[in-house]
Ligand binder design. Sequence first.
Ligand code: 23J
Ligand code: MN
Length: 263
Amino acid sequence: MNAAQTLGNLASLLVSGAVQVVDLSGPLGPDTPLLKLPPDFAKDTPKIEVHKISEYDKDGPFWAWNWLKIGEHSGTHFDAPHHWITGRDFADGFTDTIPVQNFVAPLNVIDCSAEVAADPDFLLDAAGVKAWEAKHGAIGAGEWVVMRSDWDKRVHDEALYLNADANGPHSPGPTVDCIEYILSRGALGWGTQCIGTDAGQAGGMQPPYPAHNLLHKANRYGLASLANLDKLPPKGAILIAAPLKLVRGTGSPIRAMALVPRS
Ligand code: 23J
Ligand code: MN
């Protein structure tokens, strides 16, 4: 089947509802949980602010609109290569220069929800990814790999979502060899349902924050705070995840969504 026919079929399937669109973004507003870095780094992303300009009143009798104060790395968001020092030199590593073809791609969903329920510091390693591939099929070049942890069920409560104690945050993520392995398969990027692409304890890994370090060194991308991965098949979905075209942006909130066959 040629591309035009296939796209035409997809159009029909979207209109009929045989292909459904699943919302993979969490709510974005003043209550959205935000990353808190260790105290040696004083600056964090400020809370989101929504400022009303008018709402059918003296400042705008017929119109409602707001202005926003919002960090690039807030809520469900995209990490661009320039976010990390290892990715600093890619001309196409900013939100406005990444080729848009990369914003629509096949999605592999690795379900770690049972492991994470038993241990919030659970780490997915390369052996775990290979075991998943043996069951569900190989991860192909140009495809996203995301870790399902069901951590989005905590997002209504920042303390529950960050899950920090005196030893720092406790949330799941990838090992160094996990990221090395998916990059060796040609993955487009790595996503999680937690505040960042790395595990809560990843500052102590070698290299520190390996998802950030290795993905962006390879000019690849990250996704954080994804929602509703429990509504997706392990393989077969198509992810649409596009950052705002922020000039020299290092990341951006996204409305992430997946195309899935109706079950
Ligand atoms: C800055 C420093 C460390 C981390 C992060 C940002 C993120 O997780 C992020 O949002 O990219 S770990
Ligand atoms: Mn980020």
